[in-house]
Design a binder for this molecule. Structure first.
Ligand SMILES: [Zn+2]
Length: 65
């Protein structure tokens, strides 16, 4: 099983880029639902955690504590 550890403020790449052409998303809310914000246009979307985990491709930048 592939393990994807993600945390608040990490920047991730999704399997599909945002229609604006950017594929960099910052995690801005963690919980039952995950809210991510497109780094290109600032649009944000909320996804159930399970769906987010399925659609997320990789972590681009880990947020440093
Ligand atoms: Zn965008």
């Amino acid at each position: 099983m592939e393990k994807k550890e993600f945390n608040l403020h990490d920047v991730v790449e999704m399997k599909k880029p945002h229609p604006c052409g950017t594929n960099r998303w910052k995690i801005i809310r963690m919980g039952m639902d995950i809210r991510i914000k497109c780094e290109g246009c600032g649009h944000s979307v909320m996804l159930p955690r399970r769906e987010f985990t399925r659609k997320m491709k990789k972590i681009l930048e880990k947020h440093e504590e």
